[in-house]
Design a protein around this ligand. Sequence first.
Ligand SMILES: *Cc1c(COP(=O)(O)O)cnc(C)c1O
Length: 386
Amino acid sequence: MFKYSKKLESLPPYLFLEIDKAKRKARSEGRDIIDLGIGDPDQPTPDFIIKALNIAAKEAANHRYALDQGMPVLRNAISGWYKRRFNVNLNPDIEILPLIGSKEGIAHFPLAFLNQGDLSLVPDPCYPPYKGGTILAGGRPYLMPLLESNHYLPDLNKIPPSVLKKAKIIFINYPNNPTNACASDDFYKQLIKFAVKNKIIIISDLAYSEMAYDGYKPRSLLEFEGAKESVIEFHSLSKTYNMTGWRSGWAAGNSELVGALAKVKSNIDSGIFSAIQVASVAALKGPEEHLRSMCRLYQERRDVLVNGLNSLGWKVEKPKATFYVWIRIPLKSDSINFAARLLKEADIVATPGVGFGKYGEGYIRMALTVSKERIKEALGRIKNIS
Ligand SMILES: *Cc1c(COP(=O)(O)O)cnc(C)c1O
């Protein structure tokens, strides 16, 4: 009855739909589903954060419209966190912008810089809002394949000059969802040179900076020389503090880029609920022990899952970071059919790689968001089908 806009119509199809439907159906039949499909922490938000919310929620001053640019106390806490964590100095007034979750900021950012027909350079496979945000802003994604043979880093030298002329933005995400790859210092240095030379804005998505194992500490792109000329970095409390439902994140970096996003957002939303901003301050200033125990938990699950799959003859590498295991499908099957088979024959949900883009074909992603015991149960079931 209604005609959708061209932009809406050109959004990529939602390929997880079939799996979602099958999962709901299996659950409704009373089957015992082990869901390794979603990247959403299973643990509760730490108590000290909930307590801070409780107190702040009772304050009448927090019930009114929040400041678009976020409370000064939150921007200061973010600036302090950057200094402690990365030794990067950020001016809380102009280089930091709180967001209603980082997805919101990532998806809105292209509106500030893309004109009709402009390109953004998008890794493939990737977190879907990079493509969606580009298309909704009237731009077109140019896909940079992330290949196992190149450690899932985009090959910047392969991008043709004609594309570079029209490209305004490059999206980068390390530690990476879905491949769990991490960026080397050399790659980041090369990336900054590339961006300056071609006048391209770097969007660096650091949602997983705190979720790393075996002593590895992911770096911020802003630590590197010259980065502030062209980088806006996105962070999220979602995965780090088990706060996906709360919607709290931020952008940081070049003040013009941060300011442009603030201008877009001032026309769309009216800030984060102030009580959540106060609780976010508590999270960022909270005990480091929370982060250590979170990483321990996922590391143990990682070891159980990866060792278990390898003992079944699969060839899976241990992630250094993120809570995703990225798995080359061990037999001849495309990713949708393999995921469907895991669900049908083992009551296990995994995400087909092609759902993150065509270069994700041939892989599935499993998230470490169920207990060790359930992972062991899943391994037993997989053994029976493979
Ligand atoms: C989960 C995730 C985010 C975070 O999203 P929020 O909107 O902050 O909850 C951002 N980027 C990637 C790659 C993610 O996986």
